[in-house]
Design a protein. Structure first.
Length: 75
């Protein structure tokens, strides 16, 4: 009985290995898609960072003005 269970166990291991290898092949075929997604994400991230940097610079300029001139008069 143990001999049979070992054969089944090895069969399952081989099947799992085959499934893992198939998954690797599928993943490799989608690698170009993943690379394109990462490149697009990097561009979006760069644009967002530039926007944040611009906004931060404008905010710093306003704060420096208030530090030297004080708050503007009430309208």
């Amino acid at each position: 009985m143990r001999l049979n269970s070992k054969k089944i166990s090895h069969g399952r291991i081989n099947q799992m290995t085959d499934i893992a290898n198939l998954k690797i092949m599928v993943d490799a075929s989608q690698l170009d898609v993943l690379i394109a997604e990462i490149k697009a994400f990097r561009e979006e991230l760069r644009e967002a960072q530039l926007s944040i940097a611009k906004n931060t610079g404008e905010t710093a300029e306003i704060l420096r003005k208030f530090d030297s001139d004080g708050f503007p008069e009430s309208r």
